[in-house]
Structures are given as C-alpha cells and as structure tokens.
Unconditional design. Structure first.
Length: 85
C-alpha cells in the first residue's frame, strides 16, 4: 500500500506545491485531510503520518522553498529572473 501511495498519490501533493502554498486555511486543511485519509487507508492505525514517517503538506512546502532559496543564494540551476535584483 505504501508503494502505491508513493507512486500514484504523493506525486500529486508534490507537483507544483508552490502554487498551492498560498491557499487559504480552509483549502489547505482540505488538502491535509486528503493526505491524512490516504495515510489512514495505507497504515490503518493510530498516529498515521508519524508512523509512516511522512511529512505534512506544510512541511513539504517549507522544504521545497528552503531548497529553492539555497539554489538562489548559490546561483545553482535557477531561472535568471529569480536572481536578478
């Protein structure tokens, strides 16, 4: 079940996470509930995300932005418009 989640569901949460990063609280909560539901189905037990070692969607967004900023600061593989002042 975990392999199915990682192959077919997780990519939808990762894809364009910067686009849905600016969602209002209600839509962000709906996305988080969807991820939690997928985790519940996959594991069928208590503290689901923690037991599976999955990050919350908020943490995924934060990590993506952190990696992007490191690339911008080091000028590694980023579009020119991100490094122009």
């Amino acid at each position: 079940m975990i392999k199915i989640y990682k192959a077919f569901i997780e990519p939808h949460f990762d894809y364009a996470c910067t686009v849905w990063d600016d969602l209002d609280a209600m839509l962000a909560l709906k996305l988080q509930k969807l991820q939690s539901r997928a985790a519940r189905i996959t594991l069928r037990s208590g503290d689901i995300l923690k037991n599976l070692g999955w990050k919350t969607l908020q943490n995924i967004q934060y990590d993506f932005k952190k990696r992007l900023m490191i690339k911008v600061m080091k000028v590694i593989e980023v579009p020119q418009y991100l490094i122009e002042q």
